[in-house]
Design a protein around this ligand. Structure first.
Ligand code: IPM
Ligand code: MG
Length: 362
């Protein structure tokens, strides 16, 4: 049956990088018989400009009706003065909660070809392969009460609430344990159980849930120590599981280990396996429109989409292999360039991946 993909280019470099993903999907359809149809809709600042709403109802409805959603990026300085409820980021958060995308998978893999691009010594990062499993629909991102209120004294107070229920913790831990069973069978759960009751409960539930996975070696770190360990000795990690806010921060940190945040894809899945796929980087307004953004994280997000939501692991493997081959050939966007490599723009990089994929098919 034809699989439906909703494409949401978003803001900043979003449309440029998503255009490369569209080329790749078209290539998979015409050359490899992938049975898909795509539709495009607005989200984020682009949707606010057109409809006064960062997540128009039609976009959410189209996302719900699709087998998978591919998102570029949202946000930019233009929309920062808006009330928080109208900001582009609300569009993204609305998609996450509206689709129930509680499980965010953020692999941090270092391509050997890019060991020199990392700011860390290459022996510290060579061979790095971490999967960060971030809870995505709870925590301080969605907790109530929240807001900015004025006290009787006239002083204002800002307030957010960190909250997790046992079932929310259990289901994300199960995702992490299941993934770890396919990999190194080690899971590090990250919390701040020494200070925050919410995460004291998190740790308790993680331990209890692990009882169903006797082969998994479960460890625990406080988030401050986890951040330190990620830059000190990142290869100690296999799978990390954590809440929404800690996962947001740690995944940026892990991304930099790999040389560029422009390399890392992500998948956000709901209980039905429906997913939204996006590069983990933002909309990079500083380089938007210049044709220099790295499209690889988006192309690798397409690979994750094929693997996790479209049941096409072979096509996913083709993309992964093509990206690796293009790096072997020395092509680099400016963010991952190093001496001796050839710097190319967004669209040349996308073309090269498509060509490498076609060439591998013989
Ligand atoms: C991310 C981003 C988002 C988040 C923003 C854009 C709302 O930083 O996906 O990591 O905080 O989750
Ligand atoms: Mg983030």
């Amino acid at each position: 049956m034809t699989k439906k993909i909703l494409i949401l280019p978003g803001d900043g470099i979003g449309p440029e990088i998503v255009a490369e993903a569209t080329k790749l999907l078209d290539g998979l359809r015409t050359d490899f018989g992938l049975d898909i149809e795509t539709e495009t809709a607005l989200v984020g600042g682009a949707a606010y400009d057109a409809y006064g709403n960062p997540l128009p109802e039609a976009t959410l409805a189209a996302a719900k009706a699709a087998n998978a959603v591919l998102l570029g990026a949202v946000g930019g300085p233009k929309w920062e003065p808006l009330h928080i409820s109208k900001r582009p980021e609300k569009g993204l958060l609305g998609l996450r909660s509206g689709l129930g995308l509680f499980a965010n998978l953020r692999p941090a893999i270092l391509y050997p070809q890019l060991a020199e691009a990392s700011t860390l010594k290459s022996e510290v990062v060579a061979g790095l392969d971490i999967m960060i499993v971030r809870e995505l629909t709870g925590d301080i991102y969605f907790g109530q009460p929240r807001g900015i209120e004025t006290l009787p004294s006239g002083e204002r107070r800002g307030l957010n609430t960190m909250v997790y229920t046992e079932s929310e913790v259990e289901r994300i831990c199960r995702v992490a344990f299941d993934i770890a069973m396919q990999r190194g069978k080690r899971v590090c759960s990250v919390d701040k159980a020494n200070v925050l009751e919410c995460t004291e409960l998190w740790r308790e539930v993680a331990i209890k849930t692990a009882a169903d996975y006797p082969e998994i070696e479960l460890s625990h770190l406080y988030v401050d120590n986890a951040a330190m360990q990620l830059v000190r000795a990142p290869k100690q990690f296999d799978v990390m599981v954590t809440g929404n806010i800690f996962g947001d921060i740690l995944s940026d940190c892990a991304a930099m280990l790999t040389g560029s945040i422009g390399m890392l894809p992500s998948a956000s899945l709901n209980e039905q396996g429906q997913g939204m796929y996006e590069p983990i980087h933002g909309s990079a307004p500083d380089i938007a429109g210049q044709g220099v953004a790295n499209p690889l994280a988006t192309l690798l997000s397409v690979a994750m989409m094929l693997r996790y939501s479209l049941g096409a692991p072979d096509a996913a493997d083709r993309i992964d292999a093509a990206v690796s081959k293009v790096l072997d050939h020395g092509l680099r966007t400016p963010d991952i360039a190093s001496p001796g490599t050839t710097t190319v723009g967004t669209s040349a990089m996308g073309d090269a991946v498509l060509e490498a994929m076609r060439a591998s098919a013989g």
